[in-house]
Write a protein that binds this ligand. Structure first.
Ligand SMILES: Nc1ncnc2c1ncn2[C@@H]1O[C@H](COP(=O)(O)OP(=O)(O)O)[C@@H](O)[C@H]1O
Ligand SMILES: [Mg+2]
Length: 363
């Protein structure tokens, strides 16, 4: 039985016509961006799959009177790459690297942008920490530095205090902060229902299948993960030549590993990467691990650092809490299982370390 009518609708890049539970934020942001004629900055923070990219792209699409630019800072990590993306011209001759490189890059950027009505969205902006990027500093102070008026929207998984330095933060001035919560099961249901009605054949799926997905992923709260499970369930049902009902969802869920959010690993520091490596190399990792196992591995790491580390690897989709423990004398004891193969992850970590070295050399 054919279930998927339009696979593009089930892809992560798809921008839906109907936005669930975020309309108010979008309306408020549009208003704030349109109404003021000074530079201003906005920070939208939320865990993976909470609609950050969607909001950013929607603003760019709706605010037609602005010269818009969208930059994924995880993909474009250096200031050069970011600036050429903003200027949307890979042929622009960027000055050679040198002592005054940030100065000449900024004068180039400022020269090419119109005087006003610039809307720049920096997505995955937590990635900027690693490269010590100047870009937020430049854009948020552009007016002071003799440049144009810029509306800057930062989308990130972390609070700006975690990835911007003091002088950049003070340049942001009094910016508008928008925290996005994870979706609850009802919101997930509405998002999925809309996707299904556009992307799947009518009559090929049941309401209770959609309901089941929203319940299964209630704790996760990510629209991305929910849409991915819908896609997997539809593919599974197609392969069995049946329509998509709860059973197919449950079957698909058994082998489901959510998409890995590589960009949430980017701010792991050297100690954390080492800890993750030794965790992956420990013999029984396939069976899972407990908070106290990590403490045993993490020679000398403070408890609060271990909790922060656990939070990052959970957000990235690498591990899943399998049991929430009660407190014991040494803190809270949770149980986790690994969602990706240790070999795969070790390979990723090696790439991450290599690119870190590259950036350190550039500095
Ligand atoms: N409120 C929403 N309404 C409809 N679809 C949504 C909503 N929020 C997220 N999505 C969809 O879920 C997926 C992940 O959202 P995305 O904006 O990429 O999350 P984030 O950038 O926060 O990780 C995308 O396909 C997006 O279109
Ligand atoms: Mg995103």
């Amino acid at each position: 039985m054919k279930i998927i009518k339009n696979s593009a609708v089930l892809s992560q890049e798809y921008i839906p016509e109907n936005i669930i539970a975020r309309q108010e934020y979008i309306a408020r942001l549009k208003e704030l961006i349109r109404v003021s004629n000074v530079s201003s900055s906005f920070v939208i923070r939320g865990n993976p799959g909470t609609g950050k990219t969607l909001i950013g792209k929607y603003l760019l699409r709706e605010l037609r009177e602005f010269k818009g630019a969208y930059v994924n800072c995880y993909v474009n990590q250096s200031d050069r790459a970011i600036i050429s993306t903003i200027l949307a011209n890979p042929n622009i001759r960027l000055p050679e690297l040198g002592n005054s490189r940030s100065e000449s890059l900024s004068s180039l950027l400022f020269r090419e942008l119109p005087d006003r009505n610039n809307l720049i969205v920096l997505d995955e902006s937590q990635s900027l920490k690693r490269t010590h990027s100047q870009i937020v500093y430049l854009l948020s102070r552009s007016k002071e530095l003799g440049g144009p008026e810029v509306k800057l929207v930062l989308l990130s998984m972390e609070e700006p205090e975690m990835y911007l330095d003091k002088s950049t933060l003070s340049g942001l001035g009094k910016y508008n902060r928008i925290p996005l919560k994870e979706y609850d099961s009802n919101e997930l249901y509405l998002i999925l229902k809309d996707r299904a009605s556009n992307g799947l054949y009518e009559g090929s799926y049941t309401e209770s299948a959609i309901n089941r997905i929203s319940d299964l992923l209630e704790e996760n709260g990510s629209a991305r993960v929910a849409i991915e499970l819908l896609r997997n369930s539809a593919l599974y049902a197609e392969s069995r030549n049946v329509f998509l009902d709860e059973d197919e969802v449950l079957q698909a869920y058994r082998d489901f590993s959510p998409p890995l959010e590589e960009s949430s690993l980017i701010n792991l520091d050297d100690d954390e990467i080492e800890l993750l490596k030794s965790l992956l190399e420990s013999i029984s990792i396939e069976k899972g691990f407990k908070t106290s196992d990590l403490k045993d591995l993490g020679s000398g790491m403070s408890d609060s650092k271990i909790y922060k580390f656990l939070k990052s690897i959970e957000l990235s989709g690498l591990v899943k809490k399998s049991r929430i423990g009660k407190g014991y004398s040494g803190g809270v004891e949770n149980e986790y299982i690994l969602r990706v193969s240790p070999q795969f992850l070790l390979a990723k970590l090696n790439i991450l370390e290599k690119s870190k070295e590259t950036f350190q050399k550039e500095d």
